[in-house]
Every structure is written in structure tokens, then in C-alpha cells.
Write a protein that binds this ligand. Sequence first.
Ligand code: TXA
Ligand code: MG
Length: 320
Amino acid sequence: MEIGTDIKRAANYLNDGDVVAIPTETVYGLAASILSEKGIQKIYQLKGRPNNNPLIVHVASIEEISKWVEVWPEKAKILADAFMPGPITLVLPKSNKIPHYVTSGQDTVGIRVPNHPLFVELLKSLPAPLAAPSANPSNATSATQAKHVVSYFKNKDLPYVLDGGACTNGLESTIVGFEKNEVVIYRVGAITIEQIERWVGKVKRATTKKHTLTPGMFTRHYAPKTPLIMTDDLDAYTKQYPEAHVAILYTGKKKKSSNAKITYINLSESDNLEEVGQKLYATLLALDEQSYDALLIQPFPSTDLGITLNDRLTRATAKK
Ligand code: TXA
Ligand code: MG
């Protein structure tokens, strides 16, 4: 496995139908050309991903989207103009130029225009869009730095990791669909529901029952290996398990521990949830390398990015 910033080298592997890890503003992805069935199958095999879970297609510009979708609802156009390039994925009826193996046989495609200069330059140099899921084994915490990808796939057949530094958002894109005239949020993400509603009015959140095929919604996801516990009452937990070595993730004024068994990890001194989003996965992955018995965190207020953070934490704490 090679790691570097060489776009030509990445493009060569992709043009050969192979898989390359790429940086985005949200999380790293494992990319292959939508025209390479071999490359797409390799993505599923590298991740251990069930093949009924469709991939997001990444294009270099909003204009490019029109080539790959059949219909552009008015509200989708409004959201594209408002948020692209950026961390939003639109689910639209796909054109038949997108092979069925990219969308797991579905008639829709999740499509997005990323906002990462290195990745956009790579896309512009290629003859076709790139399909890419997050660059982690299925259900594990997403990678937000090249070194996370390396540690996940170092013993696997992944030839190149394009290193674009640490992801600036650090949380996956918001996935939005259009059903009749309604805007439906399939996955909350880096763009908040409030931001979207400012442009298109009230939206609906998809329920798990109806949308079982959107596996961002499978219950357990984004999980570190160390047990992660989300609770409003941290004291109750540390009192119940006085022998446990725990790390407590928090925001706000710096805390110092007077108990050798408790380590405090600050995610943002200014309570800035964007900063928390940027750091969350990297912090979980770093703590996973140490031998804590548990990681503890309080839920965030349920508005704006707090909704996304709570969603990821809820899934990461869910039982298998
Ligand atoms: O920020 C992101 O979206 C990152 C970066 C790499 O672009 N990608 C990402 O991909 O998070 P992945 O595969 O880990 O999650 C994509 C989610 C999956 O839950 C998948 O089921 C859903 O998007 N999805 C993809 N295509 C869809 C479609 N046509 N209809 C409904 N859901 C779809
Ligand atoms: Mg993922």
C-alpha cells in the first residue's frame, strides 16, 4: 500500500479498474470508477459490505449531475444550489448510464459533489464518476485521516491512499430523498435539518421500518471496539463501576481528573459542535488503541448538529 498526494497515480489505478482511498470533506472513501464492475465488487469485498447496500456516486460539479440522473425535482435543484459542493447527497431517479451494480439494483442513485480540492481535481481528471462508501470495515467508525484508512486496510489489497489531510467536517453527508413532493431525510449528517428547512420548508425524517434498504439506518453502525456509553448521568456510571478505567468525552471548560481511573477528553472548549464533529471519530479511533473499559459521553442538545452527533452516538452504542 502506498500513501501520497499524487493525483496521477491515483487516477492510473482507478483507470485500471482498481480501488483507491480518497479524502472528502466528510470522511475518507474507498473509490472505484462507476464503469468498473470489478472495482465496485472489490469495494464490497474490502469493506465486508452486504451487496444490497448501494454506493454514493461522486461527481465534480452540479452540472455533471444532470448527465447521471433522469429527473431533477425543483426542491433538489434548490438544495443543490444551496449546498453543493458540500456534504449533502441527493437521492434521485438514476439514468440508465449508471450500472445497476453501483446502486444494488435500485432505480435511484445517491449523488454528491464533494468539497475537497484534491478529490475534486482527481474527479475532473477521470472519464467517469467515482462510487465510494466510507473507508472503514462495514459498521466500524468512519476514517477521517489517511492513517485511519491505513490501519484499517494495511493487510488488504488496497494499492493507494490519496492523503488529503484531516477531513474538515468529520461527519458523513446528509442524505436527502424526494418522495412525491416531500423532502425526506434518509440520514442526518453534516448539513443540519434546520439548514435544509430554511430552503425547502418542513422535511420528513425517514423511519427505519419503511427504509430498511438505507443501511446508514441499520441499528449498529459507526461503532468503536471499546464499549461506548451515552448517558446523562456520568456519576451514576462511575459509581456503579468504581474499578473501571474510563474516558469521559465532554465539551466546555477544561476539567482535570482527581481520580486516576477517569480521563477527561475535551472535544471543544467553546462548545462548538462543528469542532466536535470534526474530532469525534478521530478521538474514538485514538481511544480504541488504548485499553479503556468504557468511553462515556453525554447526549448533545437535540438541535442542529447535535441531532447528527446523537444519531451517530446512538448507533455506535447500539447492541449488535
Ligand atoms: O459523506 C459521505 O456520504 C461519505 C463520503 C465518502 O462521500 N460516504 C458515505 O458512504 O458515507 P456510505 O456508503 O458509508 O453511506 C452511504 C449511505 C448508505 O447508508 C447507503 O445505504 C445510502 O447512503 N445510499 C446510497 N445510495 C442510496 C440510494 N440510492 N437510496 C437510498 N440510500 C442510499
Ligand atoms: Mg459508512
